[in-house]
Design a protein around this ligand. Structure first.
Ligand code: CS2
Length: 508
C-alpha cells in the first residue's frame, strides 16, 4: 500500500485519469438546481450518486449546493477537492472506487444558517433534498406534532427571522422565496421517516402557523411547494481512516472525503416536482405517480429493514458483537430477526403492487452478512429515541388492537433500554456504552426513581418516549418490563428465547 506522503491528493487536474461515476454537473454554481441539507455519508453515497447517473443519461442544471449540519470536516475536504470525492463500493464481486463530481457549493448550517435561507430564495435553485436524520424533522414522539418543547424549535419560534433548526430554516427559506417572487419549489426528504414528505410539509406548516407567518406565505407553500414522499435504501457505514487508504490503493489518489457503501441502492420517489428534476429514473431511481405507492415502499423499508436492523444492533451489542454481520451470524439473533420480519412486521404492511417481498428479504439477509462493510452495531443502535418511534408503535398497535402479542417488537424496545438507558447496576458492555442518543440523559432521569427493571421499563414507556398510544397499552408495557428483567438476570439470548415463545404463531 502506498504511504500517505507518496500519494497525490484528489483534484480536478487528475479527474480525466480516474473512473467518473455517471457524469459531472455543469461547473457554474449559479446553474446548480439542487440544495442539499445534511452533507453526510448517506447523501454522498445515495442521492448524489443517482444524480450523477441521471446526468450521464440526460444533461441538466442539477449541480448540488451542499450544507453540512455542524461539522466543517467534510465541507473543508470537499472544497479543497473542488467538490470531488470517491465512493468505495464493497460488493461480493470485489471492491471498486469511482469519483463523483456533482457538488458545486458548500456551507455549514450551524455556522451560517442565513446562507440556507438565501439559497432557498434563489430562483435558480429548484429543489432541496434532505438527509438530516429522524431528529431533524422535529416531530414530538409523544404528540406526533411539531416538537414545540424542544429548545431549538422554541428558540426559532421566538425569532423566526433567524432560524437554526432544519424546520425553521425551511420555513424561513420558503417565506423568503415567496417574497422573492414565489417560484415553485420542491422539498424532498431522504430520511427513514414515515410519510417523510407529508411529515416535512406538516412540520413546516405548523411552524409557519405558530410563528405568525402571513397568509400569502402559507398559500405559497400550499400551492407552489411540493413535498414528495420517498423511500431511500442503501447501507452506508461511517467512513473510517482506512477508507482513504483503500481509495488510495484503488485510485492512486488521496481523498480526504471518501464514502463507502454496499452495492445495493434503491430510491423510490413520488413524482411531484413543480420546478423540474433530474432524470432520476434514468439514474437508477423509481419515479412513482401511483397514489400512496411510495408510502407503501416506505413501510416496507421501515418495517422489513430498519426495525429489524435495530433489533440486530441491540441484541448484538448486548452480546458483545462489534458489527451487524457478526451479530447477524449468531443463529439466535437471525431467528429473532426473521421472526420479527415474517410474523410481526410483514402482516402490517400494505405492500406496493408487484413488489417482490421474498426477493427483498433474501437480498437483505445477504446485505446484513456483508463483513467487508463492517457496519457497526453502535452506529445502528444510536439515536434510538428518534428512530424507534418510526419503527415500533404502528406495527405494535396493529397487533395489540387485534389481541395479539408482538413480543419481538417488545424485545427490540427492551434491548434498546438495556443498551442505552440501562437500569442502575447493569453493565451493557462496550458496544452498547458507545451508542449515543440525544434523549439519553432525559430518559435516565425519567427512570431514576425505579426500584426494579420492570418499573424502569414502565416509567420509560409511560413517558411516551415511543408514542403516547403505546404508553397506555399495559400488556405491551409489562412485556417490555419482563423482557428487560430477563436481559438483566439471564442475558439477551434467554430474553430472545422468551420473546420467541411469547410471540403469536400466526404465520408459522
Ligand atoms: C439503519 C439505516 O442506522 C439505521 O438505523 O437501519 O441507516 C439503514 O442502514 C439504511 O436505512 C439502509 O438503507
Amino acid at each position: 500500500m502506498p504511504t500517505p506522503g507518496s500519494v497525490p491528493a484528489l483534484d480536478r487536474s487528475r479527474l480525466s485519469g480516474l473512473p467518473l461515476l455517471g457524469a459531472s454537473a455543469p461547473q457554474d454554481p449559479a446553474r446548480a438546481g439542487i440544495i442539499h441539507l445534511g452533507l453526510g455519508a448517506f447523501h454522498r453515497a445515495h442521492a448524489a450518486v443517482h444524480t450523477a447517473r441521471a446526468l450521464a443519461a440526460e444533461e441538466g442544471d442539477w449541480g448540488i449546493i451542499g450544507f453540512a449540519n455542524r461539522s466543517r470536516s467534510v465541507v473543508d475536504a470537499m472544497s479543497r477537492q473542488e467538490g470531488l470525492y470517491s465512493v468505495l463500493e464493497l460488493a461480493d464481486t470485489g471492491t471498486r472506487a469511482d469519483v463523483v463530481d456533482v457538488h458545486r457549493g458548500f456551507g455549514v448550517m450551524a455556522e451560517d444558517p442565513s446562507a440556507v435561507v438565501r439559497e432557498i430564495a434563489t430562483s435558480a435553485r429548484r429543489l432541496l433534498t434532505l438527509t438530516v436524520s429522524e431528529g431533524g424533522y422535529s416531530v414530538s414522539p409523544r404528540t406526533g406534532h411539531l416538537d414545540v418543547d424542544s429548545p431549538a424549535i422554541r428558540a426559532d419560534l421566538e425569532s423566526p427571522a433567524s432560524p437554526r433548526s432544519v424546520i425553521g430554516l425551511l420555513a424561513g427559506g420558503l417565506a423568503a422565496r415567496a417574497a422573492a417572487g414565489g417560484e415553485p419549489f420542491t422539498v424532498l426528504p431522504c430520511d427513514n421517516v414515515v410519510s417523510a414528505g407529508q411529515t416535512a410539509r406538516r412540520m413546516v406548516t405548523e411552524f409557519l402557523e405558530a410563528s405568525g407567518a402571513e397568509d400569502d406565505v402559507l398559500a405559497y407553500v400550499r400551492g407552489s411547494v411540493s413535498f414528495p414522499n420517498a423511500m431511500v435504501d442503501r447501507i452506508v457505514p461511517a467512513t473510517t481512516p482506512g477508507t482513504s487508504d483503500h481509495v488510495a490503493e484503488l485510485l492512486g489518489v488521496r481523498d480526504g472525503a471518501p464514502v463507502r457503501a454496499e452495492k445495493f441502492s434503491m430510491w423510490v420517489i413520488e413524482d411531484d416536482f413543480p420546478a423540474g428534476r433530474p432524470a432520476w429514473e434514468r439514474g437508477g431511481a423509481i419515479m412513482s405517480t401511483a397514489d400512496g405507492d411510495v408510502e407503501k415502499y416506505e413501510q416496507v423499508k421501515l418495517r422489513i429493514l430498519n426495525g429489524p436492523h435495530s433489533l440486530i444492533a441491540y441484541l448484538g451489542a448486548l452480546d458483545g458483537r462489534v458489527t451487524i454481520p457478526e451479530a447477524f451470524d449468531q443463529d439466535w439473533i437471525a431467528e429473532a430477526v426473521l421472526t420479527l420480519i415474517h410474523d410481526e412486521n410483514l402482516p402490517t404492511i400494505d405492500l406496493p403492487a408487484g413488489f417482490d417481498t421474498a426477493g427483498y428479504i433474501e437480498d437483505l439477509t445477504h446485505r446484513w452478512h456483508n463483513h467487508d462493510l463492517g457496519h457497526r452495531t453502535r452506529q445502528v443502535g444510536s439515536d434510538g429515541s428518534m428512530r424507534l418511534p418510526q419503527r415500533i408503535p404502528v406495527p405494535a398497535r396493529f397487533h395489540l388492537d387485534a389481541g395479539r402479542t408482538p413480543a419481538l417488537l417488545a424485545l427490540t424496545v427492551a434491548a434498546w433500554f438495556a443498551c442505552v438507558v440501562p437500569p442502575r447496576g447493569f453493565e451493557p458492555g462496550e458496544q452498547a456504552r458507545a451508542m449515543t442518543d440525544p434523549a439519553q440523559a432525559q430518559l435516565q432521569e425519567i427512570a431514576s426513581a425505579a426500584t426494579s427493571p420492570a418499573e424502569h421499563a414502565r416509567l420509560l414507556m409511560e413517558s411516551g418516549c415511543l408514542s403516547e398510544e403505546l404508553a397506555d397499552r399495559p400488556e405491551f408495557v409489562d412485556l417490555v418490563g419482563e423482557l428487560l428483567t430477563t436481559i438483566l438476570t439471564s442475558g439477551p439470548r434467554a430474553a430472545t428465547a422468551e420473546a420467541l415463545t411469547a410471540s403469536f404463531k400466526e404465520n408459522r
